[in-house]
Every structure is written in structure tokens, then in C-alpha cells.
Design a protein around this ligand. Structure first.
Ligand SMILES: *Cc1c(COP(=O)(O)O)cnc(C)c1O
Length: 366
């Protein structure tokens, strides 16, 4: 038996019939882009989060790029982001030439709020709060800092669908939130999809115009826009999966509990959840100084794992022009060398999780 790091067929099995009925409905409707399914999903997702507006887009990266563009954050401006963030977070910041300012993560693998203020300069415009691995940033501290320094907060919720911070949903804790519905995400479409969420009427209005060639009325273009529209088929898939999202999150919480209580190998550090937050367990990320040996050993025992992420943004080729080198962000670099994401997906069986736990506990590093 091979245990995959992620197994999307299993989640499909949880609601396949509903998805197929919804897909047929859309295919037979003759309406395929920005139609009634998109409008309904936008309304339902905003209501689920307790937000005023949701604007469907083509991807999570488009949501990030749209957010920074609409906040008018451009060349000469600085945006604070965690040094272990996903590369797409940084690509969102740099869309119009702004500079990412990296701040190291805390023990919960998200930005260390204690270290933000010393990185603020007269050019700082925003903090990008990335809720990585399904964990949640310390939004109380981040909001206080943003208020004190008059900064925008953009949330990256691509890995935290349904998370709560002291009872309030992630995606409603800043000025703009960016969601990805890439198939592997907690709320995943059957293709690319994303959304921008905000309580700000002006941002919502301009985002709707921007995503469609800068046009409110067909062939009347108010500004230079982009094509980042959500299609009807994906919106219909998302409407079905949204109805199951809380259940999916509960199930992954149960799997995480089994990992945390079952893994007892002293060579491995298990993840912790920040007090005050719920966790969607987008990934269950362990750390080990023998990570590479462990990954090979698990692979030899038919267990697939993934490294999120092997190269921190400041060391990636894409951002070589920022001029950083190894040693500049030691925590993010140490993470890149020690993290390992264990198999975690909806529909994972008791036998599978027990097998992973037992195999890890039998790992001996020599
Ligand atoms: C997936 C992801 C994105 C990008 O989303 P896409 O839909 O793949 O463009 C951005 N940020 C984070 C944290 C992600 O995990």
C-alpha cells in the first residue's frame, strides 16, 4: 500500500455525486464565465466568513497581485512579510515594484509579531499576514502594530480556509484577504480559482472592474485591467465544497490529533497551534535535523512526503536582485532544511495514519 502525501481522489469521494450534478447543471446552462454560479458563490463565501464582499478571481496569486495593485503599493514602498512564506506571497508584493521586507517566523511557523516593529520604516505601507500551513498569525498584535503605524493589513488565506482567531474568521481580520482555491487547498476547486475578500466597498468595486479588463460596462474601459475571471464550473464546484468545509476541517483536526498524540520519536518535533486560533491543518509539518534521511526512509516504506518549502524566497533565483545571501534569515533557512509535511488529506484512513505514525516511531537515525 502506498500512502500519498495528498490524495485528492479521496476528497472527491466525499462529495463526488454532488459535484457531478453541479457540473452537469453548469455545462447544460450555456453560461460559463462570471454568471449566476459565481455571484452565488461570492455571496455564500462572504456570508460564511462574515465579510461584506467576495470577488472571484482566476487564482490566489491574482488575488495577491490585485490586492497590492488596488492598494496602490508600488516601487519605493515596502511590505512586511514572513521570511518562510510561499514564493507567491512575495510575487504578489512585487507586482508593481514594491520591496518585500522579510521578518522571521515564530514557533508557530508564522510571522513573529514581536519582530515586526523594528522592520518598519517611513516607506512601509503594509503587512502581509500569511496564515501558513493552516496556522494563524497573531492578528491581535499585528492589528495593533498596523494601527499604530497606519499600515494596511493584507491576509493571505490560501492555506487557512475556515480558520478562526478568537472566534473571528481569517479573511476578515485585515483590510483585504486573498484566497486560493487551487485543488490542494482546504477549499479546492477542480482547477485554478481564487478570490479577494474585503469589507471595503471601494476596493470591492474596483476589484470587480479590474478583473474584467477595467470594464464595468462592456467595451467601456475605465482603466487598464486584467483578465482574472472566475468561471462558472469552478464556482459551482466551490459552492458544493463550501458546504463540506467545516467537516473537512474537523476531519483534518482529528488526523492531526492522532499524529500529535502518536508520534513519540525524539528525533522529531511536532507542530503546535497558537493559543486563540483554530487550525485547518493544511499541512502537518514536523521538523527534524535528520529530515533528508527521514524522507528517504519514509519513501522506502511507501510513504510520500513533501518539503514546504525547500528554498526560502530570499534565496530563490527570482529574488536574487534583492541581494540577500545565506545567513540573512537563519530561522527560515533552518526551516527549509528541517521541515517535512506528512500525508494529510480528507478521507485518510485509520490504517494509513497508524502506518505513518508507527513507521515514523521506528525511524532510527544513525
Ligand atoms: C497556493 C498559495 C498561493 C497562490 O495561490 P494560486 O492559486 O496557486 O495562485 C499564495 N499564497 C499561499 C500561502 C499559497 O499557499
Amino acid at each position: 500500500m502506498k500512502i500519498l502525501a495528498n490524495n485528492l481522489k479521496r476528497q472527491y469521494g466525499c462529495c463526488g455525486k454532488e459535484l457531478e450534478e453541479a457540473a452537469l447543471r453548469v455545462m447544460r446552462s450555456g453560461y460559463y464565465i462570471l454568471g449566476p454560479e459565481v455571484a452565488a458563490f461570492e455571496e455564500e463565501f462572504a456570508a460564511y466568513l462574515g465579510a461584506k464582499h467576495c470577488i472571484g478571481l482566476a487564482s490566489g496569486l491574482d488575488a495577491l497581485k490585485t490586492a497590492f495593485h488596488l492598494l496602490n503599493i508600488k516601487k519605493g514602498d515596502e511590505v512586511i512579510v514572513c521570511s518562510n512564506a510561499y514564493i507567491a506571497c512575495v510575487m504578489g508584493i512585487t507586482v508593481d515594484g514594491a520591496t518585500p521586507i522579510f521578518v522571521e517566523p515564530d514557533r508557530y511557523n508564522n510571522i513573529d509579531a514581536e519582530k515586526i516593529e523594528s522592520s518598519i520604516t517611513s516607506r512601509t505601507r503594509a503587512i502581509l499576514a500569511v496564515h501558513l500551513f493552516g496556522q494563524t498569525c497573531d492578528m491581535t498584535r499585528i492589528r495593533a502594530i498596523a494601527k499604530r503605524h497606519n499600515l494596511y493589513i493584507v491576509e493571505d488565506c490560501a492555506q487557512s480556509h475556515g480558520n478562526e482567531w478568537h472566534g473571528q474568521k481569517a479573511g476578515t481580520l485585515g483590510d483585504v484577504a486573498c484566497f486560493s482555491f487551487y485543488p490542494t487547498k482546504g477549499l479546492g476547486a477542480l482547477g485554478d480559482a481564487g478570490a479577494l475578500v474585503t469589507n471595503n466597498d471601494d476596493i470591492a468595486d474596483t476589484a470587480r472592474v479590474y478583473r474584467n479588463y477595467g470594464s464595468r460596462t462592456r467595451y467601456q474601459n475605465e482603466e487598464i485591467g486584467i483578465n482574472s475571471r472566475l468561471d462558472e464550473l469552478q464556482a459551482a464546484m466551490l459552492r458544493v465544497k463550501l458546504r463540506h468545509l467545516d467537516q473537512f476541517n474537523l476531519e483534518r483536526n482529528d488526523l492531526a490529533r492522532q499524529y500529535s498524540s502518536g508520534i513519540s520519536n525524539p528525533a522529531i518535533a511536532i507542530p503546535e497551534v497558537r493559543p486563540g486560533a483554530t487550525c485547518s491543518w493544511h499541512q502537518y509539518v514536523i521538523k527534524s535535523t535528520s529530515r533528508d534521511e527521514l524522507q528517504t526512509y519514509l519513501s522506502n516504506h511507501n510513504i510520500s512526503t513533501i518539503i514546504h518549502y525547500p528554498i526560502p524566497p530570499h534565496l530563490s533565483k527570482a529574488y536574487a536582485f534583492l541581494g540577500y545571501s545565506r545567513g540573512d534569515f537563519p530561522i527560515a533557512e533552518m526551516d527549509a532544511d528541517t521541515v517535512l509535511s506528512l500525508p494529510m488529506y480528507n478521507g485518510m484512513t485509520k490504517n494509513e495514519i497508524t502506518d505513518v505514525i508507527d513507521t515514523i516511531n521506528a525511524f532510527e537515525n544513525d
